[in-house]
Design a protein around this ligand. Structure first.
Ligand code: SF4
Length: 378
């Protein structure tokens, strides 16, 4: 028997950046080529159309760099959201370290934003240059100081490992520097060479040398060991938090719970439908203004597809898949649907099913998460 979730999350994509980083595949454009006011109006119109009926528990404004927006526009968005959704428990905004403005952050905090996700990426000047970032290590430290002064008590830092030219030594330095700032959340992602990015082009032309796979695995392990020792619990393959500071919005994705996606290129999973908005600011605004759908893709996955997605996403969490909850949510028994995969990976020590009905990756399995996940795709 399937159960329908009775609340929702909301993601808003602000597709502006001061400068495009060459490794990034997220949809964003330089802000000076557009009229941000027009985009914000369109986002409000799209939100109205979505007519979310469930209580919205989490809001996440990402991008792009939302902090690229003029302060007054960001504030307008927050005021409007806070007046519409009264049940928000976690409200996150992504912040570029070079754009941490004290006055704006203070206003955002006062208005109800209670979590800040800072795109630090590295504490090594050379690596930041390789990544094409507009900030320095010093500005990360400064951004955290400003955020704390503005009243934020839930701050996350994003880090990237496997950057060309990096080493275990520079990676340890980044981890140490991040932990020393006494933030509540650290994400450690390995650099992915995304299709159609300048990085992909440079790798193909031999102009950018990638880090050796074994070193990258070592970096991943170093992050796990170091962050756990520093008091951060690992709750997802790439995410670590001090107790009680796990990102509730991102947990919604891994638990396959509904999230409404609004803004150009935003993805959503709502009322049994997966949607992606058109990744073009001008087209998005035109579509919204003329009453047409902002979605470039929309489909209703079969119940088997949804069950497969829930398993793949759920196995990313260190607690694993709650098999009783899974059955309620999808209508399928995880053990019966994926009998072969569970047996095989249980046998080779990558997966375990616990007496309290969880199916999860083992410590060894965390290093082979992608390999295991492939066998849960239907
Ligand atoms: S600032 Fe973030 S979203 Fe913008 S281009 Fe760089 S990585 Fe991508």
């Amino acid at each position: 028997m399937k159960s329908t979730p009775s609340n929702a999350g909301l993601y808003i994509h602000i597709p502006f950046c001061q400068k495009k980083c060459p490794y990034c595949a997220f949809y964003s454009e330089p802000i000076e080529r557009h009229e941000p006011e027009k985009l914000v109006d369109a986002i409000f119109m799209e939100l109205e159309r979505c007519a979310i009926t469930e209580p919205v528990k989490t809001i996440y404004i990402g991008g792009g760099s939302p902090t690229c927006l003029p302060g007054y526009l960001l504030i307008e968005i927050i005021v409007s959201l806070m007046s519409q959704y009264k049940d928000v428990a976690e409200f996150t905004i992504e912040c570029n370290p070079a754009q941490a403005d004290e006055k704006t952050l203070k206003q955002l905090r006062t208005l109800g934003v209670n979590r800040l996700s800072i795109g630090a990426q590295s504490f090594d000047t050379k690596e930041l240059k390789t990544l094409g970032r507009i900030h320095s290590p010093r500005q990360i430290v400064e951004a955290v100081r400003i955020a704390k002064k503005a009243g934020f008590e839930n701050i996350g830092l994003d880090l990237i490992f496997g950057i060309p030219g990096s080493s275990l030594k520079t990676w340890r330095h980044s981890l140490k520097s991040a932990a020393a700032l006494e933030v509540q959340h650290i994400s450690a992602y390995s650099l992915t060479i995304e299709r159609t990015t300048p990085f992909e082009h440079a790798v193909r032309q031999g102009k950018l040398g990638m880090i050796d796979g074994a070193v990258e695995r070592q970096m991943c392990k170093t992050a796990r060991v170091f962050l756990r020792k520093a008091g951060f619990g690992q709750y997802e393959i790439s995410n670590f938090a001090k107790g009680g500071f796990e990102c509730r919005h991102n947990l919604r994705y891994w638990k396959n719970l509904p999230v409404v996606g609004v803004g150009p290129a935003a993805a959503g999973w709502y009322k049994g439908k997966r949607t992606t908005n058109v990744a073009d600011i001008e087209k998005y605004i035109k579509r919204i203004e003329s009453g047409r759908s902002s979605q470039s893709e929309a489909y209703i996955p079969s119940s088997e597809q949804t069950a497969s997605e829930s398993a793949v996403l759920g196995l990313r969490m260190t607690e694993g898949v709650d098999m009783l909850e899974y059955e309620k949510q999808t209508g399928f028994s995880l053990i019966r649907l994926f009998e072969d995969a569970i047996k095989q990976h249980g046998f080779n020590g990558l997966l375990e099913c616990t007496p309290d009905n969880y199916c999860r990756l083992t410590e060894k399995g965390l290093s082979y998460a992608d390999t295991v996940a492939q066998d849960f795709v239907l």
